[in-house]
Design a protein around this ligand. Structure first.
Ligand SMILES: N[C@@H](CCC(=O)N[C@@H](CS)C(=O)NCC(=O)O)C(=O)O
Length: 93
């Protein structure tokens, strides 16, 4: 098993994060992603989450090249194109 190449900024209480984690599990990609727990709020943003993600919300996914995807729908679309099985999100929807 190789080291995770991506980092997911997450909190288990976030329903948006949970969608991403479900897709990771269902598509067998859990090992590709390291988890970075955080609890950002509008009045107490997380400095590391803000790097490359000025909105400061989670989930945010830092890719191997250092770029950061944010908004769960964008992250889900990206990850659903990164596995060889059937897509979970219907293409063209
Ligand atoms: N539309 C966003 C919503 C994400 C969102 O609202 N995340 C909340 C946690 S559930 C958050 O990061 N709040 C911190 C803040 O607003 O500063 C998505 O789908 O990812």
């Amino acid at each position: 098993m190789s080291a995770p190449s991506m980092t997911l900024f997450h909190n288990p209480a976030s329903p948006f994060v949970r969608k991403v984690r479900v897709l990771l599990i269902e598509t067998g990609q859990q090992d590709r992603v390291a988890l970075h727990a955080c609890l950002p709020t509008p009045v107490n943003p997380d400095a590391e989450v803000l790097q490359g993600n000025p909105v400061g919300k989670i989930p945010a996914l830092r890719l191997a090249d250092g770029s950061v995807l944010h908004d769960s729908r964008v992250i889900l679309d990206y990850l659903d194109h990164q596995h060889v099985g059937n897509p979970l999100i219907p293409r063209g929807a």
